[in-house]
Write a new protein. Structure first.
Length: 191
C-alpha cells in the first residue's frame, strides 16, 4: 500500500528532486527552489512511499476549492504498474472537498511523442478526469487543462497561479503564457 508523505527533510527532498529532474523535460520544469515558495497550507511537495521506498512524487497547490496538480511522477522502474492511478486515488481522498485540476501536454498527431501523450491522456480519462475546454501555452509548450470534480475556468486557474507565485513571479509567468483555445469559459460542468 502506498502513502503520501509531505517532504520535510533534505534526504527526502534530494530523492524527490532526482525523480523530478528525471521524469520531466527541462521545458516543463520550474526551478526546484520554487517548490519552497509556498504559503502555509497552500502547497504540498510529497513523496509517495511503499514499504519505506520512494515510489513517486507529487506537487500540488491549493487555492479555495481547487487543487492544481503541478507535477506527478512515478519511479521509472514502477511505471505502468498502477502507481499513478493509486496516487490519484490518494489525492482524491486527501482533497475530497476540492476539484483536482492539471495540465498535460497537448495531444496532437504532429508531435513526435504523440503516442505517449495520447496514452497519458487516456490514463487521466480512465481516472475520471475530463477536458476543461481550454489550452494554455506556457513557455512554448501547449497544455490541455483537465479536471476531476467541478470544471475550472481560465480566470480561476490564473487566480490560483497569481496567489501562488505572488505579483512579481506571476508577472514573469504572464509574459510567457497565453490561452490558445477556450470554449465556453464560464460554463461549469459537474463530474
Amino acid at each position: 500500500m502506498i502513502h503520501l508523505e509531505t517532504c520535510k527533510d533534505r534526504k527526502n527532498r534530494a530523492q524527490i528532486k532526482k525523480l523530478y529532474l528525471e521524469a520531466f523535460p527541462a521545458e516543463e520544469r520550474m526551478p526546484f527552489f520554487l517548490f519552497h515558495l509556498k504559503k502555509k497550507g497552500q502547497a504540498d511537495l510529497s513523496g509517495v512511499y511503499e514499504k519505506g521506498k520512494l515510489a513517486g512524487m507529487v506537487y500540488c497547490v491549493r487555492h479555495k476549492n481547487m487543487v492544481f496538480i503541478f507535477y506527478l511522477a512515478v519511479e521509472k522502474s514502477l511505471r505502468g504498474r498502477g502507481y499513478g492511478s493509486r496516487i490519484l486515488e490518494k489525492l482524491k481522498e486527501k482533497y475530497r472537498d476540492c476539484s483536482l485540476v492539471l495540465n498535460m501536454e497537448e495531444v496532437d498527431p504532429s508531435y513526435e511523442n504523440y503516442e505517449q501523450r495520447k496514452k497519458r491522456k487516456d490514463f487521466y480519462r480512465k481516472n475520471g478526469f475530463r477536458e476543461s475546454g481550454f489550452k494554455i501555452r506556457e513557455y512554448g509548450v501547449i497544455y490541455e487543462f483537465m479536471y476531476y470534480g467541478q470544471n475550472t475556468t481560465v480566470r480561476e486557474y490564473q487566480e490560483l497561479l497569481r496567489n501562488y507565485f505572488g505579483k512579481f513571479l506571476y508577472g514573469l509567468y504572464r509574459k510567457n503564457s497565453a490561452v490558445v483555445k477556450q470554449e465556453k469559459e464560464d460554463v461549469r460542468r459537474e463530474h
